[in-house]
Design a protein around this ligand. Structure first.
Ligand SMILES: Nc1nc2c(ncn2[C@@H]2O[C@H](COP(=O)(O)OP(=O)(O)O)[C@@H](O)[C@H]2O)c(=O)[nH]1
Ligand SMILES: [Mg+2]
Length: 388
């Protein structure tokens, strides 16, 4: 038995072709639609292919090797023509394959060129670092300042580029490190030092107060009293009272501005520090801001911390800082570092403002999840490590 394939536009056509050549005894093995792929799909339409088997002893095909002399002699010119046609098809097919690979290469280099055109930096590693910094929330202007000088340098190896970028980031962050931390001071004054925590609702003010005061009370033997003006949120006073109870501290609540002085007087001679917890206030609400201003006026020489969630976006943080900066000095505490994907915001703030960053908080656990602000740790995260 031998196999022969027929190609045509329709099933009827290929069956007819097979029948004419192989006769009624031929067996149809398969009929399928062939859809050319790749570049062939452009130049060749789908077609039907029939595969048939036949008995070579019964059927003599014109181009069959077993054909007899008679068939050969009578169809010699026809056979030559068919062979010529076969050769031409083979040549064409070879050419198409060549063209296909040429086109593929051309398209690849075109898309590479397109990507390269979209690149901001010539050096691929610098470009990679740029994309990583952007994905972590670093402002494009800050990226440019860090990366442009590196990109311009010739013949730099990978280690050197990473080192230069890392050092530049550290340099920006280190300028923002607050060196005057409340928990590292011993206030030898007779009267307590007032530490005030401001910031929008839910950023972690009360939790941060609990963390810092625990460190002072438990590890440094200090005495800390609490005053809260957060009487707006249900359970806010209870939350602070719970911490105070554990720490053996006293809590006073102020309901009106007139209460403030009186409550300070109650606590100032028996404590080293008074921690002020305030209600989360919207920096966009002028009346809220007036209240904070009034509260601060009542406190002698307050040390203020602006508590900011690192999960907020850079523009919002900038607005918050600008609003508070109009009426008070402060250091910043960034909370929820463990929850943010855009730690670059901290670099932006360090780069764009003159404010110092005192602490970062890294989780909900009291008292452990608070640390002094470290430029090194943030820089490592920006270059791809985990915060640890
Ligand atoms: N993941 C995480 N959650 C925090 C952190 N600090 C505070 N929180 C949580 O944020 C929520 C609000 O905190 P709270 O101290 O009541 O915020 P406040 O309204 O500013 O006083 C609470 O569920 C805290 O446990 C932190 O560093 N990381
Ligand atoms: Mg609170």
């Amino acid at each position: 038995m031998k196999i022969k394939k027929y190609q045509g536009e329709t099933e009827e056509q290929v069956i007819e072709m097979a029948k004419n050549e192989l006769g009624n005894d031929a067996i149809v093995l398969s009929i399928k639609k062939i859809t050319p792929t790749g570049i062939f799909s452009i130049i060749k339409k789908p077609y039907i292919e029939l595969t048939a088997s036949y008995d070579e002893n019964k059927v003599k095909l014109t181009n069959d090797k077993s054909k007899n002399f008679f068939t050969k002699s009578t169809s010699n010119s026809m056979e030559n023509k068919l062979k010529e046609k076969d050769d031409t098809i083979q040549r064409l097919e070879k050419r198409i394959v060549e063209l296909e690979s040429y086109l593929e290469k051309a398209m690849k280099s075109l898309s590479l060129e397109k990507d390269a055109n979209n690149n901001k930096y010539k050096n691929q590693l610098v470009q990679f670092i740029y994309e990583m910094l952007i994905s972590k929330g670093v402002h494009p202007a800050v990226c440019s300042d860090i990366l442009e000088p590196v990109d311009k340098e010739q013949n730099q190896n990978i280690d050197l580029i990473v080192k230069v970028v890392y050092n530049k980031i550290i340099e920006i962050l280190e300028k923002a490190v607050c060196r005057d931390l409340v928990i590292e001071r011993t206030d030898n004054k007779k009267e307590a030092k007032s530490i005030v925590f401001l910031g929008t609702t839910g950023v972690g003010k009360t939790t941060t107060i609990a963390k810092l005061s625990s460190e002072l009370i438990m590890n440094r033997g200090a005495k800390v009293g609490f005053i809260t003006s957060d009487t707006y949120r249900i359970a806010a006073v209870e939350q602070l009272k719970t911490y105070a109870e554990i720490l053996g501290s006293q809590v006073e609540v102020v309901y009106t501005i007139e209460d403030v002085k009186e409550k300070i007087n109650k606590l100032k001679l028996i404590n080293d520090y008074i921690f002020f917890d305030t209600a989360g206030r919207s920096h966009k609400n002028e009346k809220n801001m007036e209240e904070i201003k009034e509260l601060l006026k009542e406190i002698e020489n307050p040390e203020v911390y602006l508590v900011i969630s690192s999960t907020s976006n850079f523009e919002d943080i900038e607005n918050i800082i600008n609003t508070y900066s109009r009426f008070t000095k402060f250091n910043i505490i960034f909370t929820k570092i463990d929850e943010t994907d855009t730690i670059g915001t901290i670099l932006n703030i360090a780069y764009k403002t003159k404010y110092k960053i005192a602490y970062v908080t890294v989780g909900q656990n009291v008292p452990s999840d608070i640390e002094k602000f470290s430029g090194e740790k943030i820089a490592k995260v920006l270059l791809g490590s985990m915060y640890k």
